[in-house]
Design a protein around this ligand. Structure first.
Ligand code: ADP
Length: 481
């Protein structure tokens, strides 16, 4: 990996590749093999403050650029990401474990946000309002919020960065990013491409190191006006509290507990294909991954048989092998969580029909698993598994399944399979989720608003709504009399 110029082992602050002030580093490992890939600086509050100062220093010039010029630089960045997609995908698979084909898919998905917001940068419109009294003109203008802090997770090491950074830069904000400790190299490679694209020093900074120290500075420094976070609900809650003091603007993309509802009239082959995508993509490690399958009594066994046949065909292995469809889990704690959900369900009377234990490959590889007749009080009904476990619950009545699906603190994504148009509308309206997939297991793209309700988060990313998260509304009343 050392041979690619995109593989950087230093942080990116104010247009410079930097070591930690005390020289400390953190080793980064390949989850598939356990081998060390390299190291990154272990920075803390002081370096973070320097990055914030750099972002604040770069802000006046960056926000004053005509949107068209910011758009051109973002477009350059987009092109460079595409040009280097194979190298970026390889870095991602090495540090995160997902199969190379999925990593390539993520690079394209991540790049689509840069392209989209390069276009949206030019469409931040104001308003002229009809005044209620004579002689006044009421204007509304939109302005960048200022310095943005972004904190991102390991499950999408590249696209979570572009989904935050591209709209921020498009709006005229500058950014300090703290990537996930497990996957810093994807972030640093994006920084190198941003440099090559001509994005000026200080506009985009990447700080690696101690999450608490960096997070404390990002949320405590009054120069930072906005935090955008993707990660667990527990960490999101903590960061929201930390942002309360300065009343920072906050966007949160947090955990989910997605239901996948299969009605008796569903096209079962389509439902199985959707189930594979919604459950086993990234080995079940996405916040929109199905956590609970609710299958109607009338087709329960039929769906279970078809799903089992499809899942048994998945290949577990190193993501660099081209026939691998399921990579390793991110770490041993992730294995323990999957195993605890399986053991709990079995204790409560569920039936195991596939998998159920760590894979013979060892390490953090886990067998894709299916459980049938899972009781509604099982742990897996309440908590996000984040692994390759498909628990199938039974239902017989539409109102019952709506109640079960909504019986969670989360509200990110839900999936429904049915051919009945009236039911499609009833379910779309009744499900308490930010996103609903009907007869599809893949819902996210740059054009659509991504985000959740309840404990799944605040705000939306992507789409024409996504840039609003980085803009303030200013109202101006001009008295002409
Ligand atoms: P996970 O448990 O899946 O790693 P987290 O929510 O802990 O989920 O991690 C998401 C991101 O939040 C990572 O970049 C992580 O380093 C960061 N993070 C975790 N704890 C803190 C914290 N106290 N302050 C700032 N960032 C944090």
């Amino acid at each position: 990996m050392n041979t690619t110029p995109l593989f950087k082992q230093l942080a990116w602050i104010n247009g410079q590749w930097r070591e930690a002030l005390n020289g400390a580093t953190t080793d980064i490992f390949d989850p598939a093999t356990g081998t060390q890939l390299g190291q990154v600086p272990c920075m803390g509050a002081t370096e973070t403050r320097q990055a914030i100062d750099a972002a604040a220093g770069a802000l006046p010039q960056w926000r004053a650029l005509p949107a068209k010029e910011r758009a051109t630089l973002l477009r350059n960045w987009f092109e460079l990401i595409l040009d280097n997609r194979d190298e970026l995908a390889r870095i991602m698979t090495l540090e995160q474990g997902k199969p190379l084909a999925e990593a390539r898919g993520e690079i394209l998905y991540g790049a689509s946000f840069v392209e989209w917001f390069a276009e949206e940068a030019k469409r931040v419109y104001g308003d002229l309002l009809p005044a209620p009294v004579a002689g006044q003109r009421l204007l509304v203008m939109k302005q960048p919020v200022g310095v943005v802090a972004a904190i991102t997770p390991w499950n999408f090491p590249s696209s979570m960065i572009t989904r935050k950074t591209a709209p921020a830069l498009a709006a005229g904000c500058t950014v300090v990013l703290k990537p996930a400790p497990q996957t810093p190299f994807s972030a640093l490679a994006l920084a190198e491409l941003a440099r090559q694209a001509g994005i000026p020093p200080g506009v985009f900074n990447v700080v690696t190191g101690d999450a608490r120290a960096i997070g404390g500075e990002l949320t405590g420094n009054p120069q930072v006006r906005k935090l955008s976070f993707t990660g667990s609900t527990a960490t999101g809650r903590l960061l929201l509290q930390q942002c309360a003091h300065d009343i920072k603007k906050v966007s949160l993309e947090l955990g989910g507990n997605a239901p996948f509802i299969v009605f008796g009239d569903a096209d079962l082959d389509q439902a199985v294909a959707g189930a594979l995508a919604a459950k086993y993509r990234n080995n079940g490690q996405t916040c929109v991954c199905t956590n609970r399958f609710y299958v109607h009594d009338s087709i329960y066994q039929q769906f279970a048989d078809k799903l089992q046949q499809a899942v048994a065909g998945l290949r577990v292995g190193n993501g660099l092998d081209t026939d691998t469809t399921l990579g390793p889990l991110i770490n041993p704690a992730a294995m323990d969580k999957v195993q605890s959900h399986i053991d709990d369900a079995l204790q409560r009377g569920a039936r195991l029909t596939l998998g159920g234990q760590p894979h013979a490959l060892g390490g953090t590889f886990f067998e894709p698993t299916i459980l049938l007749d899972v009781p509604h009080d099982a742990l897996v009904a309440r908590e996000e598994t984040f692994g390759p476990l498909a628990p199938l619950f039974r239902f017989s009545d539409e109102n019952e399944v709506i109640r079960l699906a909504n019986d969670t603190e989360y509200g990110l994504a839900a999936y429904v399979y049915t051919q009945n148009l009236s039911r499609i509308f009833r379910l779309s309206e009744a499900l308490e989720y930010g996103m609903v997939g009907i007869n599809t297991g893949l819902i996210s793209n740059e054009v659509a608003p991504f985000g959740g309700i309840k404990s799944s988060g605040l705000g939306r990313e992507g789409s024409r709504y996504g840039i609003e998260e980085y803009l303030e509304i200013k109202y101006i009343n001009i008295n002409l009399t």
